[in-house]
Design a protein around this ligand. Sequence first.
Ligand SMILES: *Cc1c(COP(=O)(O)O)cnc(C)c1O
Length: 358
Amino acid sequence: MLKIKITQTKSFKPKPKDETQLGFGKYFTDHMFLMDWDAKRGWHDARIEPYHSFQLDPCAGVFHYGQEVFEGIKAYRTKDDRILLFRPWDNAERFQKSAERMCIPPVLQSDFIDGIKALIQIDRDWIPHRFGTSLYLRPFIIATGTGFGAKASSAYRFVIIASPSGCYYENGLEPIKVYVEDKYIRTAPGLAGYAKCGGNYAASMKSMAKANQLGYDQVLWLDGIHHRYVEEAGSMNVFFLKDNVLYTAPCEGTILDGVVRRSVITLAKEQGIETKEMHIDIDDVMKDGKDGSLQECFGTSTAALIAPIGELRYHDESVVISQGRIGPVSQMLYGRLSGIQWGREEDPYHWTVEAVKK
Ligand SMILES: *Cc1c(COP(=O)(O)O)cnc(C)c1O
């Protein structure tokens, strides 16, 4: 058990009253978790403090060379007031893999979980009640060591902050429009595509801005060598349904190994739907979209869960999928996953973990 020193806030913030207007990343809870690393002490000084800004030296590594990793995980309140986490050990493991790739000392998986649980415990009243709402937790590590040496930092800070989040689908499961990026790439074999790190996002924002300007919600990335095989969307893994088989890109180091992606593969199997993890040619996707054999397309992520994709644009062509509506398989997967996460359906895989003792 991680020893955590707790300093409680003296000025509790007002909690947002309207749970339909929480949005995403708009409100933050009263506290945050912190832990520091240096070569002599390793990870040390685990603590919970009032939510606050911190001071960093302008030459801290994170500002110059982007040494940073993060995670995204939610806590869900059930009808009978239990607080659940969904596959938190998967996030803990991925956090270590991301850190390892970015030359950041990994945090023990059990410390990661203990930090999350401790923060939830102290801020549990911030977890909203409405179905579809949750407390989004954002663990991250930044390089705090100083100097201009372009090498791994000599010090790090691990932080967890928490934000009550609205239902992604407050207005129904509205399909998104996706722009296939044909010029820039997100990553390539040997790069850090599998790591959840700020750098991957920084390098993708230009494409995201271009897509938004053209009226699209997300970018779909193609592989970095052939500019041909579908990898994933900006912050989601992507699935295609054709002939009742689900297709998705394989985890070969260039895509994020999503927790929801894994769960979808298991739930599809449970429903008798086969999943093939393979390279998917964008030309085939567009052709199948045009002749109607592409039945459904959706993205998966902790934030959105299942995001139906209603339109794909590649070069100057666009195809509408599933008549721009959510398809039955996407709907079923959303229902099963959300049912398990909010404790409304049985959890035969033991994916959920109770976050706090009552
Ligand atoms: C976080 C993330 C995902 C989704 O992962 P989940 O574990 O399912 O939330 C997919 N792609 C990228 C690039 C991501 O950063």
